[in-house]
Every structure is written in C-alpha cells, then in structure tokens.
Design a protein around this ligand. Structure first.
Ligand SMILES: Nc1ncnc2c1ncn2[C@@H]1O[C@H](COP(=O)(O)OP(=O)(O)OP(=O)(O)O)[C@@H](O)[C@H]1O
Ligand SMILES: [Mg+2]
Length: 204
C-alpha cells in the first residue's frame, strides 16, 4: 500500500502518555487551519480490533506472537478501510498508535523485532511518526487501571526503552510529553505543519 497523496501522521507513546488527547487536539488545530484531518486509532473498530480490545479488557492473555499477528491483521484492515480512503482524498490522517506500538509492546514481551517488522511489511511508512515521551511513573499516575501498578510500571518502562531506541535510530520524532498540554500541542502542531508543507512542496 503506497502513500501517493494525503499526509499520514502517527502518534506513539506508552499507556497514559497523552496520545489520544494530543492526537485529537492536533486534528482540531488542523481543522481550524482548513485542513481535512481525520483522527483514527489502533486497535480499530473493525472485527479484529474489537476482538483485541475484548481480549485486553478480559485480561485473557494470548501468546504475544498471536497478539502480534492479530494487531497486524487489524492494521491491514484499518489501513484499507480508514487510512487509505482519507489519504486518497488528499486528507491528513492522525493515527493514535501504529506499527511502532507492535515493535515496542510485543518486543517488550520478547517477540523477535525482525519478525514483527516482517509480518507488518505491508504497512507504509508514515510521513511523520511522533513519539510522545513521558516517564512511566508519570504516565501510570495519569491512568489507574488494569494490572497491579508495580507489574505494569516495570512493563511500561521496558516498552519506553524500545520506543527511545526507535527515536535514536531516527524512526520516531521525539516530543517531550511531560509538559503542560498547550506546550505539547504547540510542538506537535508545528512539526505536523512542517511535514505537510514539505510534502505539498515536493508535490507527492
Ligand atoms: N501533557 C499533559 N499534561 C497533563 N495531563 C495530560 C497530558 N496529556 C494527557 N494528559 C491526561 O492524561 C490522561 C491520559 O491521556 P490519554 O488518554 O490521552 O493517554 P493515552 O496515551 O491515549 O493513553 P492510553 O494508551 O491508555 O490510551 C488523560 O486524563 C489526559 O487528559
Ligand atoms: Mg488513548
């Protein structure tokens, strides 16, 4: 699946980093500037995405390799049914999580990262992939649900390390999410506009 027109932006981060809030705020700011922008999220509202949400809610634990494949299947459908149609119309898609979440979350459960990339090789590279960085302790204090706090804290720390490695390797663009909402919004908006402008100038 190739990205011919439109602009595909992804926002990543650990649980509670502020992805949903800041992705929606970015869409609102883009609307105000007159852009067609669509907020969307993984897991999607399609059949596999709903299965994944139910799986997590019920805390049934499928092997992480099975999770990897289900997330990849959901990603394929999400791209086909939601992302691509908006991009083809020249719109901007802001996705709350993408392939980097599979690398970080399933990678933190010891699934081979090369294999995760391999089963996701249909997924186009976004025009901009932001990593919203928040220390695990701060993120956990923003949300309080699910597993015991200590177990979850250790896990999210491992997830954050993988995200930070992706930043270091240049796959993700770092934004410090541990600041007032307006400051984070402003930085995300500026880098999004820069990406949109560059793509439009390049005429792709
Ligand atoms: N920069 C910020 N400063 C303070 N609070 C924030 C900030 N960003 C988000 N929050 C708050 O933190 C909570 C979690 O934010 P949000 O739901 O956007 O995170 P998330 O990354 O989407 O989490 P999840 O992975 O669980 O979906 C919300 O109550 C939100 O209002
Ligand atoms: Mg969210």
């Amino acid at each position: 699946m190739s990205l011919k027109v439109g602009v595909f932006i992804v926002i990543e981060g650990i649980d509670g980093a502020g992805k949903t809030l800041h992705s929606k705020n970015l869409c609102l700011q883009l609307h105000r500037k007159g852009y067609l922008a669509r907020y969307t999220a993984e897991p999607s509202g399609n059949v596999i995405g709903r299965l994944l949400r139910r799986e997590f809610l019920n805390r049934r634990k499928a092997p992480p390799e099975v999770e990897t494949l289900l997330f990849a299947a959901d990603r394929f459908q999400h791209l086909r049914q939601e992302v691509m149609p908006t991009l083809r119309r020249g719109g901007i898609v802001v996705s709350d999580r993408y392939i980097y979440a599979s690398i970080a979350y399933q990678g933190a459960q010891k699934v081979d990262i090369g294999w995760i990339r391999c089963v996701n090789n249909f997924a186009p590279k976004p025009d901009l992939a932001i990593y919203l960085d928040v220390p695990a302790e701060v993120a956990m204090s923003r949300i309080r649900r699910g597993r015991s706090v200590m177990e979850r804290l250790e896990f999210e720390k491992r997830v954050r390390e993988i995200y930070l490695k992706l930043v270091k390797d240049g796959e993700l663009t770092y934004i410090d999410g541990d600041r007032p909402v307006e400051d984070v919004d402003k930085d995300i908006f500026n880098i999004a506009i820069e990406t949109i402008t560059k793509k439009h100038i390049a005429g792709t």
